[in-house]
Structure formats: structure tokens, C-alpha cells
Ligand binder design. Structure first.
Ligand code: HEC
Length: 115
């Protein structure tokens, strides 16, 4: 990794730290949103950013992308890492989506595509 890239990583770290600090101080609307609403928003984000590879309503279109309906629901940490950093041909979303947007997509994944 070049020093420029390290710099970006460091800045991202600062940004996340700041967001955690802010969220910890005053609860944001996002945190207060009930899971169902999170999932609805997540479904919208999924449709925009993920469905062309992972399929409409997470029904795998027959390519090599992961069938997200079968993603282990007790492994949120893996989801967050894979989505943020990418995995093999799966693009990294850390620069494209905010942490809370990825949280919403996770809420949608937990519905198994039924909502
Ligand atoms: C350009 C196509 C593409 C897009 C767009 C895409 N993915 Fe993926 N995704 C893949 C592929 C291919 C894999 C399988 C990667 C592997 O295991 O080799 C994958 C795997 C995954 C996995 C499983 C990772 C693991 O830990 O095994 C998750 C979770 C995931 N994608 C979530 C998402 C989410 C959420 C979005 C939208 C923000 C998204 N993907 C958008 C192609 C894509």
C-alpha cells in the first residue's frame, strides 16, 4: 500500500471515529428507526447498488455472486467486512456507502428478501 493509500485509510478511520462519537452522544434518527423501516430503506439501497449482481430480491440470477438469502444471519461482522472491503470480484463498498446504509442493507438481508 502506498503512503497516499494509508493516508486515505487513516482519514476514513478518523471519519468513522467521529461518526461513532456523534452517534454515541445523541441518538440519530437512523438508530431510532425500527427494524422494519431499516429493512425497507435497505431494500431500496439493495435494489440500487446490489441487485444487478445479487439478483432481484436476493434471488441469485445464476452467476457467481453469493446468494444473500443464505448468508449466515448470525455473522453480521463477516457481512460488514465483505461489503466494506469487497471480496474477490465483489466490489468494496466502503467508499460508496455510509456505514448506516450498509446497516440498513443488513436489516434487509435479515428479512431473507421476503419483505
Ligand atoms: C459487480 C457485482 C456485484 C455487486 C454490484 C455486488 N456484489 Fe456482492 N458479491 C459479488 C460476488 C461475485 C460475490 C462472491 C465473492 C466471492 O466469494 O468470491 C459477492 C459476495 C457477496 C457477499 C458474501 C461475502 C462473503 O463473506 O462470502 C456479500 C455479503 C455481498 N456480496 C453483499 C453485497 C452487497 C450488500 C452489495 C450492494 C451494496 C453487493 N454485494 C454488490 C458481486 C457483486
Amino acid at each position: 500500500m502506498s503512503s497516499a493509500q494509508w493516508c486515505v485509510v487513516a482519514l476514513l478511520g478518523l471519519g468513522v471515529g467521529w461518526m461513532v462519537g456523534v452517534a454515541g452522544g445523541t441518538a440519530t434518527a437512523a438508530e431510532e428507526a425500527p427494524p422494519a423501516e431499516m429493512a425497507v430503506e435497505g431494500r431500496r439501497l439493495y435494489a440500487r447498488h446490489c441487485s444487478h449482481c445479487h439478483g432481484i430480491r436476493m434471488v441469485n440470477p445464476g452467476n457467481s455472486s453469493f446468494d444473500l438469502r443464505r448468508f449466515p444471519q448470525d455473522d453480521k461482522a463477516r457481512f460488514l467486512t465483505s461489503v466494506t472491503k469487497g471480496k474477490n470480484t465483489m466490489p468494496a463498498w466502503g467508499d460508496m456507502l455510509q456505514a448506516e446504509e450498509i446497516e440498513r442493507i443488513w436489516a434487509y438481508v435479515l428479512t431473507g428478501g421476503k419483505s
